[in-house]
Design a protein around this ligand. Structure first.
Ligand code: ATP
Ligand code: MG
Length: 676
């Protein structure tokens, strides 16, 4: 069509074009990494908007807010600001919106609070204690295991008993007790106006499934539903997509079955494979050409996938010419590995690749600790994705608890935190206060009467708290509220934390964040759903003002791409994780994780591991390279020898940097060597 601003046919290949410009109805793309699935969705958004669809009637769903934003920014770049109005976000954020508006129909108060994973686990523990179930006795599961079981049941749409039978047979004799505990957990959350992540999805699905008029309204508000990374939807999310599309049937989903990495959260690759049955008449499109990586990177990724028990039909190929063989870098120890990464990153940067186009990936957040120290020492700026979050720091949680109480006076979990901060107040007093609150009709204002219900010994401090909370409630701007709160607690924290200097910046971070939100509810929602990464310390010198290097868990790097990727700690026991090697299904998921990591690289790829690493928890050392890479032919994964400089300070020596950074130079018949 000549009247369109964008020349879609020039930007997309025929299959991508067909999906992006489809008139309507269900469409599915299952295709390998880097084949342009996300690009196709971005162009589809632009196309729909350009052809007259109201932007706010398009829902664009995915798993991280970062990914959703990225798509909208890209669509806006293609077209214009109208794309900003598309309802793009995570499943969870979308559900919060629906529940705030309609949740009362199923008994959820408008001002419900969202529990993050740790809060939810604490509530489970609370309920367990109340029910007199002892975690020390007869190997009754601890709170995190209980959470995993209950969450799995919720996400897979199964009964607790079924989940235990299938996933945790060693708890079989406790199955009924755990199921009962699950019911009590639900009741407790409802009583206090709380919703955990699973509830956000589950309650929304329940709402739409049982309230015909609301389903019609919510789905009818939309004309199109688009989902990225569909291979990772769980039972409830798949159901939600169906319900949201029920009034118009225009649903486009894309994904890659070989990249399914959230099985542990109930994701089921069966949903993407069953899409054509669920949506009869669906257009099914395949993409085969990879536009991201060089052939040597794809050849290695294909090889890794070939070892899987489940077979994936796709083999990635590219028309890109050339490219270097990925390097395997055994390091004597963790420190060497850190120095190697720093040298590589700096060399690559010198060759013209900005830090932000390079990424270091790892299986678990703790893998990068040594590297973080080395980067900090060398003042190389980095951001860590998927690591400890601002919202997870204890003192920040303490402050947020007050805001939560101010928002939802029935929020017993937040009360618990806030009360325990008071001097002299212990669990027994908290219990009394909570009972008192529970006895009130969970109706906001009255709970503040607690100041008068408290024991004389604590009356003063409880009264002071009540006054502070009243201060938060009288409608002053959010930033003011947070300032007051911090001013009140700073002296207290200074006394109780001996590492206060290290913690203080987090509270400043909280204050900065508060200034960016209109309402307390917005701040709390964003905090619970999209915890902010801990801010990086200011960097001096050469790299000042430069966008930082990316450190990320593999899970959080899904969908992203970088010029250069280093996967560190590729040890057996780390990847695959030593706790995920019991069943073939677990092992296959670990293998897919490796596949996701490798396919993030565009031009250069390194896999490194220290010769040994202390095994966390169980003692002893891990020493073998990942079993998924063990027998990989040299031609696919070239061993790189590290050479120690006499000074021992830098690895590899400076003259090798050019060779690494330029992405050419070495290779061929001589083995790749970083060093003289
Ligand atoms: P993943 O499975 O990792 O999420 P994906 O299938 O979503 O990958 P994209 O991220 O959309 O892949 O695309 C990978 C890269 O290839 C992007 O840089 C994208 O812009 C580019 N690309 C995709 N299709 C084309 C095309 N037809 N022409 C030019 N570049 C393309
Ligand atoms: Mg993608």
């Amino acid at each position: 069509r000549a009247d369109l601003q964008i020349d879609y046919a020039a930007e997309l290949n025929p299959q991508q074009l067909a999906a992006a410009t489809a008139s309507g109805g269900p469409t599915l793309i299952v295709a390998g990494a880097g084949t342009g699935k996300t690009r196709t969705l971005v162009y589809r958004v632009a196309y729909l908007v350009e052809t007259g669809v109201e932007p706010d009637r398009i829902a664009l769903l995915t798993f991280t807010r970062r990914a959703a934003r990225e798509m909208l920014v890209r669509a806006s770049g293609l077209l214009d600001g109208r794309c900003e109005r598309v309802r793009g976000g995570t499943f969870h954020a979308f559900c919060v919106e629906v529940l705030r508006q309609h949740g009362e129909a199923i008994g959820l108060p408008r001002r419900f609070t969202i529990l993050d994973q740790a809060d939810a686990a604490d509530v489970i523990d609370l309920v367990r204690t109340e029910k007199g179930l002892d975690s020390r006795e007869r190997r009754f599961p601890k709170k995190r295991s209980l959470q995993r079981i209950l969450s799995s049941a919720a996400n897979r749409g199964m009964s607790v008993q079924e989940v235990i039978e299938e996933e945790h047979p060693h708890y079989a004799r406790h199955a009924d007790a755990i199921a009962e505990l699950g019911d009590a957990f639900q009741a407790t959350k409802r009583r206090y106006g709380l919703a955990d992540y699973d509830d956000l999805l589950g309650l929304t699905a329940q709402l739409l499934a049982t309230q015909e008029a609301i389903r019609k309204q919510v789905s009818g508000r939309l004309t199109h539903v688009l989902v990225d990374e569909y291979q990772d939807v769980n039972h409830v999310q798949a159901d939600l997509v169906r319900l949201l599309a029920s009034e118009h049937g225009n649903v486009t989903v894309v994904g890659d079955d070989a990249q399914s990495i959230y099985r542990f959260r109930g994701a089921d690759v069966g949903h993407i494979l069953a899409f054509p049955e669920r949506f009869p008449g669906a257009r099914v499109l395949k993409l085969e050409e990879n536009y991201r990586s060089t052939q040597p990177i794809l050849t290695l990724a294909n090889h890794v996938l070939e070892g899987a028990r489940e077979k994936y039909e796709k083999r990635l190929f590219t028309r890109k010419e050339g490219g270097e063989t990925p390097g395997l870098v055994p390091c004597p120890d963790e420190e060497w590995q850190s120095r190697f990464v720093c040298e590589l990153v700096l060399g690559t940067r010198e060759a013209g690749v900005p830090l932000a186009r390079q990424a270091v990936l790892f299986r678990a957040s703790w893998c990068s600790y040594a590297l973080e120290a080395e980067l900090t020492r060398r003042q190389i700026p980095f951001v860590k994705v998927g690591g400890l979050k601002l919202a997870e720091a204890a003192h920040v949680k303490d402050m947020v608890a007050h805001l939560r109480v101010a928002e939802n006076a029935a929020d017993a979990v937040a009360w618990n935190r806030a009360l325990l901060l008071l001097e002299g107040v212990g669990p027994r007093t908290v219990r009394k206060v909570l009972d008192w609150i529970g006895a009130q009709e969970a109706s906001g204002a009255d709970a503040y009467g607690l100041a008068f219900g408290a024991d004389a010994r604590y009356a003063d401090s409880v009264r002071a708290l009540a006054a502070l909370l009243a201060d938060l409630r009288d409608g002053r701007p959010l930033a003011d509220q947070v300032d007051r709160l911090l001013a009140y607690y700073r002296p207290h924290f200074e006394r109780i934390y001996d590492d206060w200097g290290r913690r203080e910046p987090d509270l400043d971070g909280l204050a900065d964040l508060a200034a960016r939100y209109e309402t307390r509810a917005d701040l709390l929602e964003s905090f619970a759903l999209d915890p902010v990464d801990l801010s990086q310390e200011d960097v001096e010198g050469a790299y000042r003002d430069e966008p930082p290097l990316v450190l990320s868990t593999i899970h959080s790097a899904k969908g992203l791409e970088f010029d250069t990727v280093v996967l560190i700690d590729a040890l057996d026991g780390v990847l695959p994780n030593e706790y995920a090697v019991k069943t073939q299904a677990e092992l296959d998921e670990e293998r897919r994780l490796l596949y996701v990591a490798l396919t993030r690289a565009e031009r250069e790829l390194y896999v490194s591991y220290p010769a040994s690493r202390w095994r966390r928890g169980s003692g002893g050392f891990l020493t073998r390279v990942s079993r998924f890479l063990e027998d990989t032919p040299e031609a696919l994964l070239e061993r790189v020898a590290l050479v120690e400089e006499t000074s021992g300070s830098a690895l590899p020596p400076a003259d090798a940097r050019g060779a690494i950074g330029a992405g050419g130079g070495k290779g061929g018949e001589t083995p790749k060597r970083l060093g003289p």
